[in-house]
Design a protein around this ligand. Structure first.
Ligand code: FEO
Length: 393
């Protein structure tokens, strides 16, 4: 097959793979639009470097692409910005063939390369923040950017081409398009990715933005999704998202068995809307967790609804609440709503689960069976209180 290996800038080629069919990442993140594993070949006058590699299963495709562009046996360097297998697993295949190539990575990356990919110590080049590597007309500068998304992560900047290779950071899970201006609604896809993957590390993300703020960046080339040849917009959004700036917005997430919990969540939604609060409404039975993660990025409040099942929260609500805990969204306020048939307890458990978070629980209502007029009146009062908090902060 003749593979497409676009020259994204002078002597820099995309040699990654499109994974159109993948539907789940890390057994956690749904991928409705597939994803891509972007790897890049940099050809200097005196040396060549492969920046990142591809997911298991795509090694053959990567090797064919490299063979079409260079003498792979003479490849000089493999740059490992991140050790997770979707970018690093194929380095084993590459380094077996490119028998003189050295692996360039951070101190922590070197340890991981030895543990995960059995790279011998003598083939490792450890770099620190600001170190450079000369390939002849191509100067690679390394920027340590830990926890984006593992502790060893770094960026690589090619000075002459003004391209920042950011690996997971600034990524988007979609197989569509090569460039940002070719994908409709890319910011929404990127926001979903940020919520799923980068939101727990937003403080580290803000530090990385600070490190690159004075750099002349013409292109951001991440390792998932399109390449930003217009990087200003995504940089602007990342400044907002990493700062945890929220909007006058509430996310309602619930599950209902016989409709009673749904009715009170719906009633809360009506009150919030009537108070001018923007809402996003998710029934866990038919919602994509990635869409919820996207809306958590800038929502100010969350309403969680669950019935009591066998004395506890519904398992789907436990899962969603746990995700809220570990994704660390910038939510300020929460409300717990529940209906039970013959024995409560869900609201108490939900409040306990939220305790380690920074979410202030503004109120919790647990009702027995379908809501009465008085219950709906209480929901409306709580909704107005929540709206007032959302507006005032
Ligand atoms: Fe795309 Fe953290 O790997």
């Amino acid at each position: 097959m003749d593979y497409y290996t676009p020259e994204i800038s002078d002597n820099i080629f995309w040699v990654g793979s499109k994974d159109w069919n993948r539907r789940m990442f890390d057994a956690l993140i749904p991928l409705p639009d597939g994803t891509s594993y972007n790897a890049y070949l940099v050809k200097g006058d005196r040396g060549t470097a492969l920046i990142d590699s591809v997911n298991p299963g795509f090694e053959g495709e990567l090797m064919e692409k490299l063979h079409s562009l260079i003498d792979v046996e003479a490849l000089d360097f493999v740059i490992m910005n991140h050790a997770e297998p979707d970018h690093a697993n194929a380095i084993k295949t590459v380094m077996d063939i490119s028998s003189e190539a050295k692996l360039v990575t951070t101190q922590k990356g070197a340890k991981m390369a030895q543990v995960f990919y059995k790279v011998p110590e003598q083939r490792l080049v450890i770099v620190k923040n600001g170190d450079t590597l000369e390939l002849g007309g191509k100067t690679l500068r390394f920027i340590e950017a830990p926890w984006l998304h593992w502790p060893e992560t770094m960026f690589t900047y090619v000075q002459e081409n003004r391209i920042l290779f950011s690996c997971d950071y600034f990524g988007a899970h979609t197989a569509a398009g090569f460039y940002d201006d070719e994908v409709e609604d890319l910011i929404s896809v990127a926001k979903r990715y940020f919520g799923e993957i980068m939101m727990p590390f937003k403080a580290k993300g803000a530090q990385a933005l600070e490190k690159i703020k004075d750099m002349d960046i013409a292109v951001i080339a991440p390792s998932h999704g399109p390449i930003y040849r217009n990087p200003e917009r995504i940089l602007g959004m990342y400044h907002i998202w990493t700062a945890g700036k929220t909007q006058k917005k509430a996310i309602l997430v619930y599950v209902s068995m016989w409709g009673a919990t749904e009715a009170i969540v719906r009633s809360m939604a009506e009150t919030l809307m009537s108070e001018g609060i923007q809402i996003n409404y998710f029934n866990l039975l038919n919602s994509d967790i990635g869409d919820i993660a996207r809306e958590l990025v800038d929502s100010r409040a969350i309403v969680l609804g669950t019935p009591t099942v066998l004395g506890e929260m519904h398992p789907l609500a436990v899962y969603a609440t746990h995700l809220v805990k570990i994704l660390k969204p910038p939510l300020k306020y929460g409300v717990a709503l529940s209906s039970y048939g013959w024995g409560g307890g869900a609201v108490r458990q939900l409040s306990e689960m939220l305790k380690p978070t920074k979410i202030e629980v503004v109120g919790a209502i647990e009702i027995n069976g379908p809501a009465s007029d008085e219950d709906f009146a209480n929901i409306a009062r709580l909704g107005k209180e929540l709206a007032s908090r959302i507006r005032c902060s």
